[in-house]
Design a protein around this ligand. Structure first.
Ligand SMILES: [Zn+2]
Length: 379
């Protein structure tokens, strides 16, 4: 009888031992994450340096981890070592027994390496090979398009874009925009004749494409065909008064070249007849009057302008300038300077990524988005 007290003590000890064992197990499990997991966590945390080290450690411990190799190479390419990335991808491709989807993934990464290395022909060949096995892969097409763009092969680029538009149901407008963009880029590189041909084709299909009209006008102007350029610019104002601010300076320059500066007045008045409150036109005509010393006309115009646009600093400044000119105030030059500074701050800003440009551009060079540039008034 006397020995029974020992049983609860033994059971109690066993229970405590079990608890300690479970605690140790739990702790160990928490500590023991693999280098691969660590690498992925670092990636999520944005610590690329640490991720790189852990992916390297992973492939050293487990050379079968293809995924770790791919991620390691991607990091290396991103950190400006595309040759090393390419080396890894080639090493992987030499392996036997890889699934076809894995091979395609590695090939796609190889094409990206080639692109960064400016080996455009090799990138093109790789992507064409991929497209043979996966005809509907938009990612492949996008990279092929980028490759053609980078290598300035604009005919191929347009052809590719056309295929994409058909396959992935892009709107017609997107294709026109791409062609206009291609023409603009080709012209920048000196391929003016080709650009004219493309722009004409676009305008034949879509006569109201504003960027096509702008660039066609610019090319006519640079060829010395000032009359044709002016006609194209005027057409833009007729189509879309919002875009008038882009073409006013161009038309003014054209008139100035022909010694017909005063014709600018007619252009402004034409617009105001149709859109009496148009902001940019009112400002431009008032500025014109001021330059010509026609102060009373400027005063009258700005009085109405300020009534319609009471929040516009530029309008108020011009009104003040007019009043000061009329009163022959000594500070006119100082105010003129302020207005000039204000005007210089006018910029086009991409409404998607915020990057800025002094001139209107159809496609943002930063985020590659289309028609996102809007005029921003000086601050
Ligand atoms: Zn942008």
């Amino acid at each position: 009888m006397s020995g029974y007290w020992i049983i609860p003590i033994v059971l109690g000890c066993l229970f405590i031992l079990l608890l300690i064992f479970l605690l140790i197990m739990k702790k160990n499990r928490r500590v023991k994450t693999s280098p691969y997991e660590e690498a992925l966590i670092s990636l999520i945390d944005g610590d690329e340096e640490q991720a790189l080290k852990n992916f390297q450690k992973t492939v050293l411990e487990d050379s079968d981890n293809v995924e770790a190799y791919i991620r390691l190479a991607e990091l290396l390419r991103k950190r400006s070592d595309p040759s090393k990335a390419l080396q890894i991808h080639r090493y992987l491709l030499a392996r036997r027994g890889l699934a076809k989807t894995t091979i395609n993934r590695i090939l796609f990464q190889t094409a990206r390496d080639y692109l960064v290395l400016k080996a455009y022909q090799k990138a093109t060949d790789t992507l064409k090979r991929l497209l043979k096995s996966e005809r509907q892969n938009e990612q492949y097409y996008k990279l092929l398009l980028l490759t053609y763009e980078k290598s300035s092969l604009w005919n191929d680029a347009i052809e590719t874009f056309r295929k994409m538009a058909k396959l992935f149901n892009y709107q017609k407008e997107r294709l026109f925009n791409f062609e206009v963009y291609a023409a603009y880029e080709a012209k920048k590189k000196g391929n003016k004749d080709w650009a004219v041909k493309v722009l004409k084709r676009v305008l034949k299909m879509k006569p109201d494409n504003i960027p096509a009209l702008i660039y066609s006008g610019d090319i006519e102007y640079s060829n010395g065909n000032i009359e044709e350029a002016t006609q194209l610019y005027k057409k833009i104002i007729e189509l879309d008064t919002e875009s008038a601010y882009i073409v006013f300076p161009r038309i003014m320059k054209a008139f100035f070249d022909k010694g017909e500066f005063q014709k600018m007045e007619e252009t402004y008045k034409d617009v105001l007849e149709r859109y009496p409150d148009d902001y940019k036109t009112t400002i431009s005509l008032a500025d014109y009057y001021l330059k010509m010393g026609r102060l009373n006309e400027a005063q009258e115009l700005l009085k109405n302008g300020v009534e319609s646009h009471p929040d516009s600093i530029e309008m108020c400044l011009l009104q003040l300038l007019t009043e000061m000119e009329l009163a022959k105030n000594d500070s006119v030059a100082a105010l003129r300077h302020i207005i000039d500074v204000y005007k210089k701050r006018e910029i086009f800003r991409c409404k998607r990524c915020g990057s800025i440009s002094k001139e209107f551009i159809i496609r943002c060079p930063e985020c590659k988005e289309w028609e996102t540039y809007k005029l921003e008034k000086g601050v």
